[in-house]
Design a protein around this ligand. Structure first.
Ligand SMILES: *[C@@H]1O[C@H](CO)[C@@H](O)[C@H](O)[C@H]1NC(C)=O
Length: 420
């Protein structure tokens, strides 16, 4: 949209006007957006006043402010980074409590697993303002959990878990998260019409209806318990072939006496009892005879059980809505630490969130990638140089042994000294 300003093609007068109106509209829309929470960590240590570390256990990991090993911008890309391996982390921040009733709710943030994470959470939790921040732990009740979770090769998913009447309901649809080491933008949108959308990097990753995709309510329809399957309804797809007759030579015992055996000479009747031939598996034994299966000519298919309205179902048009939303937190476990969380946003405006994502993550993602690639190349270069230097030293030493005097060599070569 912005690119269409001065760079618009010549002669595109009317088009430009429409575009400018569009921008104006977007600006007005932005002015109306309610921003409940926004955190970009742009003021150095200021975040320490806004975020409260949990003291629920003495060994929680500590967060530090960092843009990481590579970044698009050293200041704008600073966020909360997990700094110790194999630790639980728990930290949260408050905002003015609000209700999302009748409004869209957007939860958005960026997460970067630059450490090539093996196992660890990258999700956020949204709490009621009742949250005891100092006691935040996995046991703290929450409204919404959202974001990526990675563990081994099995778990690489985006959680969407909503609290409904004090029960947690995970989404049934699998949503795959990003697994590379770059910063990614995660957005959850919940609308008053009970639809939801999950976006990753401002692209739709999943969408649907809350009632369909999370098990909040009992099913709308159930089988009518008053109707029984008619007794003459044949739902056997296959039956025994009546023409298949058991062969006469089929019946053979499974075990037979081994008459080749002989009674041992020292067999003591008093001790071992009467001697008899041992039993062995009968090679002629064919098992239990079963007639061949054929298609049932009277098969009528699966009986369609008539459905009725479920008396236990009653619609709830307020599944999506929460009162007193008042805190956001990170409550996670990480094996290999180094994840950076940044650009938190909670708003009622999808377009505002999209623009905010484009202006934060969208502007630093490419330079971040470039720095990472550059660092990898520099690292390779350093390794190459080190290898060459080592080879040259080794070569010099070898040749030097022939050419130079013993005295010169000890003076010149530090490697020779070390080896002495
Ligand atoms: C901390 O939270 C846990 C779990 O929610 C709770 O059982 C415990 O009573 C809380 N402790 C304090 C001191 O509030």
């Amino acid at each position: 949209m912005m690119a269409a300003g001065p760079g618009a093609p010549r002669g595109g007068g009317p088009v430009s006007v429409v575009l400018w109106l569009g921008i104006l509209g977007a600006v007005l829309g932005t002015a109306q957006a309610a921003v409940y929470f926004r955190e970009q960590f742009l003021d150095g240590g200021g975040w320490r006043k806004r975020w409260v570390s949990s003291e629920s256990r003495p060994d929680l990991g500590t967060f530090q402010l960092s843009a990481g090993k590579f970044y698009g911008d050293p200041v704008r890309d600073r966020g909360l980074q997990t700094s110790e391996n194999s630790k639980f982390y728990a930290i949260s921040s408050r905002f003015k409590p609000f209700s999302n009733k009748g409004k869209t709710l957007v939860i958005q943030y960026t997460v970067k697993h630059e450490q090539k994470i093996d196992c660890g959470g990258g999700y956020v939790k949204i709490f009621s303002s009742d949250l005891d921040q100092k006691n935040l732990s996995g046991a703290s009740p929450y409204y919404i959990m959202f974001g990526p979770d990675i563990c081994g090769s099995e778990t690489k998913k985006v959680h969407v878990i909503l609290n409904y009447k004090n029960k947690l309901h995970p989404i049934k649809k699998p949503i795959r998260c990003k697994v590379d080491g770059y910063t990614h933008l995660y957005t959850l949108i919940i609308r008053p019409d009970q639809t939801y959308e999950v976006k990753i990097d401002n692209e739709v990753a999943a969408l649907g209806n809350l009632e369909d995709d999370l098990d909040f309510l009992p099913p709308r329809k159930i089988n009518d318990p008053a109707v029984k399957k008619p007794s003459d309804w044949d739902d056997r797809a296959h039956i025994d072939d009546p023409n298949d007759i058991k062969p006469e030579d089929w019946d053979e015992p499974e075990y037979i006496m081994d008459t080749s055996d002989e009674k041992p000479e020292d067999w003591d009747h008093a001790v071992h009892g009467e001697w008899s031939y041992p039993m062995v598996k009968n090679p002629l034994y064919k098992g239990v005879w079963k007639p061949r299966q054929i298609d049932n000519p009277n098969y009528r298919g699966v009986w369609p059980h008539p459905q009725i309205d479920n008396p236990h179902y009653s619609p709830d048009y307020n599944i999506y809505s929460y009162e007193n939303i008042g805190a956001i937190g990170l409550d996670i476990w990480q094996v290999r630490a180094g994840t950076i969380f940044d650009n938190f946003l909670i708003t009622d405006d999808e377009d505002y969130a999209e623009d905010f994502g484009d202006e934060t993550w969208g502007e630093t993602k490419d330079p971040e990638k470039e720095m990472n690639i550059r660092q990898a190349e520099e690292e390779q270069q350093r390794e190459r140089v080190a290898e060459e230097e080592y080879f040259e030293q080794w070569l010099k030493k070898k040749q030097g042994g022939k050419r130079e005097s013993q005295k010169d060599r000890t003076k010149k070569s530090p490697i020779g000294k070390e080896e002495l």
